[in-house]
Ligand binder design. Structure first.
Ligand code: DAH
Length: 344
């Protein structure tokens, strides 16, 4: 009995010493196996309990069980300590990272395909005299809907699966169109600008839908602006973007509450002549929705609709990047996958 107690004490000391010397989770696992594993010293002693007399069992049993529990707890605590230390060391290594250090044969990085594409779009519109505008992604009901001629309870709201927030009246913008209103309120016509940026919808995510994607809004207001200006602008932009001297476009009526009349502009599929999966075998790709700004929208922006008219458009920037580069899964764009990014 005394001998057994001595043995337990010895194992305890051994356990404490080995634990103190351990600095890695791998070593810690070795210790766990040595003491608590199937053939570990504590486990072995526990299995020998049955051979003891009742009196001895009463003394040694609780002793061993509490030691077992203590050992398990201390291993767990030690593991947490090691993990905290490792993460502190990793942070330290990052902080010590010298971004200016010369690294021989380092692969240079480059701009994300989104950024490259936005620059390309901006250059085309800058060359046509447009400004570049920006607006908040955390928007109000007024800018996202009300001012765009989509009143409360209007069924058009169903087109936008909106992320509402805890703050009453606030949402994540479902399109870049609110920037139109902000531009009209802040500037005097004539005005022309585009606003590329992120938009959010409560979508089930798959290869062609994401809860966050990019659009680019456009707005031009002046005296005597007609749909012909809108069509010419769309065609000029698409020709430049797809580097085509001539580009077939097709114009269909389209409904958006903020324009009247509204249009859908399709372009001939750039991938095929006779139909493919991208154009859903129609040879046309729906690409550029827009129209003449609705008088109610002009009014909401503080512009007199009897004096001025204008056109607006809002194309899917994400959709265009995917089309231009033949990207078949939207999720790749913000996956951070180096293999994907290296292709651009
Ligand atoms: N905001 C629309 C959408 O997200 C796109 C759009 C259509 C914008 C027509 C416009 C426009 O400015 O005139 O579905």
């Amino acid at each position: 009995m005394a001998e057994l107690k001595q043995k337990i004490d010895q194992i305890k000391r051994e356990f404490t010493t080995r634990l103190a010397e351990t600095a890695s989770t791998k070593e810690l696992e070795d210790i766990r196996l040595a003491f608590l594993g199937k053939k570990g010293s504590i486990t072995t002693l526990l299995s020998e309990l049955k051979d003891l007399s009742i009196e001895d069992k009463k003394v040694v049993g609780p002793l061993l069980h509490s030691f077992k529990q203590e050992a398990e707890e201390r291993i767990q605590q030690h593991k947490e300590k090691i993990l905290v230390r490792q993460s502190e060391q990793a942070t330290q290594r990052l902080q010590d990272f010298d971004v200016t250090a010369y690294v021989p044969n380092a692969k240079p990085g480059h701009l994300h395909p989104y950024t490259q594409f936005i620059e390309e779009i901006q250059n085309i519109f800058l060359s046509m005299g447009y400004e570049i505008w920006d607006g908040p992604e955390f928007e109000t009901d007024f800018y996202n809907f009300g001012a765009l001629n989509i009143p409360q309870d209007h069924p058009a709201r169903d087109m936008y699966d909106t992320f509402w927030t805890n703050k009453p009246e606030y949402l994540l913008r479902t399109h870049t169109s609110p920037v139109q209103i902000r531009a009209m309120q802040n500037k005097k016509p004539p005005l022309a600008g585009i606003a590329p940026g992120r938009t959010y919808r409560h979508e089930a995510v798959d290869a062609s839908h994401d809860f966050m994607f990019m659009q680019c809004e456009g707005l031009l207001i002046d005296k005597n602006v007609t749909a012909a200006h809108f069509f010419a602008t769309a065609q000029t932009f698409l020709k430049k973007l797809f580097q085509k001297d001539s580009l077939d476009i097709r114009i269909r009526p389209g409904f958006f509450p903020f324009v009247e009349p509204g249009f859908e502009i399709d372009m001939r599929c750039v991938f095929c002549k006779t139909g493919c999966s991208v154009c859903k075998h129609s040879t046309w790709i729906e690409i550029f929705p827009g129209g003449l700004v609705h008088p109610n929208v002009l009014k909401a922006g503080g512009i007199d609709p009897t004096q001025y008219s204008g056109f607006a458009f809002g194309f899917g920037l994400t959709r265009l990047v995917m089309l231009k580069h033949g990207i078949d899964d939207i999720r790749l764009l913000h996956s951070g996958k180096i293999k994907f990014l290296e292709q651009f």
